[in-house]
Design a protein around this ligand. Structure first.
Ligand code: URA
Length: 211
């Protein structure tokens, strides 16, 4: 009786099982903070068949209160950038590297990245996005490492808006680094670059038949 076929799970089922594992992740130092503050884990949301996946750093206060990524001020800006290229949140998938809110919005720690990154990797493996658009330096550096792409000391200011095509066990993926939508709040000069990069992203996706 060793050959019983297991039912094939669809992407929604696979993602919801993964989300349950994140919800139960009591080995994370951020889990205790989640429970103490009545926060929610922020797994990610959007179209599981999306060709474009946006990856940010970690949830902020509003995200932890609602359990949804990019719903605060940075999220409103992301929504407007999406609208500017005729896309809606439902057309794409949006998530973060870290799935629980770090206290006081501090940078995620190495140990936290190690704990949460297998879940992001699995999300990518399930969704199989054709384009991964990283939001900010943190997500860019993480994804470059995950896809074994050399950064050669380059900063986000030098490579934002540039597409990098990769072939890996995660499939054929184009990595597209973007400034974080919140970066504009600290440096207004980045707004034009971010808008232009979204137009480039749209053209890239459209010309490849991904939209
Ligand atoms: N910043 C992020 O990187 N992610 C969010 O979900 C919100 C703000």
């Amino acid at each position: 009786m060793g050959n019983i076929l297991k039912p094939i799970k669809n992407k929604d089922q696979q993602l919801s099982e993964l989300a349950q594992q994140v919800a139960a992740l009591d080995s994370s130092p951020l889990y205790k903070i989640r429970i103490e503050n009545n926060y929610k884990p922020v797994f990610g949301e959007g179209n599981p068949d999306a060709n474009i996946m946006f990856i940010g750093e970690a949830p902020g206060a509003q995200e932890a209160e609602t359990g949804r990524p990019f719903v605060g001020r940075a999220g409103k800006h992301l929504d407007s950038l999406l609208r500017s290229i005729d896309l809606q949140r439902d057309d794409v998938y949006i998530t973060n590297i870290i799935k629980d809110r770090p206290p006081d919005n501090r940078n995620p720690r190495v140990q936290e990245i190690e704990i949460y990154s297998p879940f992001l990797r699995e999300q990518i493996a399930i969704i199989q996005p054709k384009i991964i658009a990283t939001l900010g330096r943190f997500a860019m550096e993480f994804i470059f490492t995950l896809f074994q792409l050399p950064l050669n000391g380059k900063k986000i200011g030098e490579i934002h808006g540039t597409a990098l095509h990769t072939f890996s066990e995660l499939g054929e993926t184009t990595i597209f680094p973007l400034y974080h939508p919140a970066a504009v709040f600290y440096n207004r000069k980045l707004e034009a670059a971010l808008k232009t990069d979204f137009v480039i992203l749209k053209k890239l996706a459209w010309s490849a038949g991904y939209l």
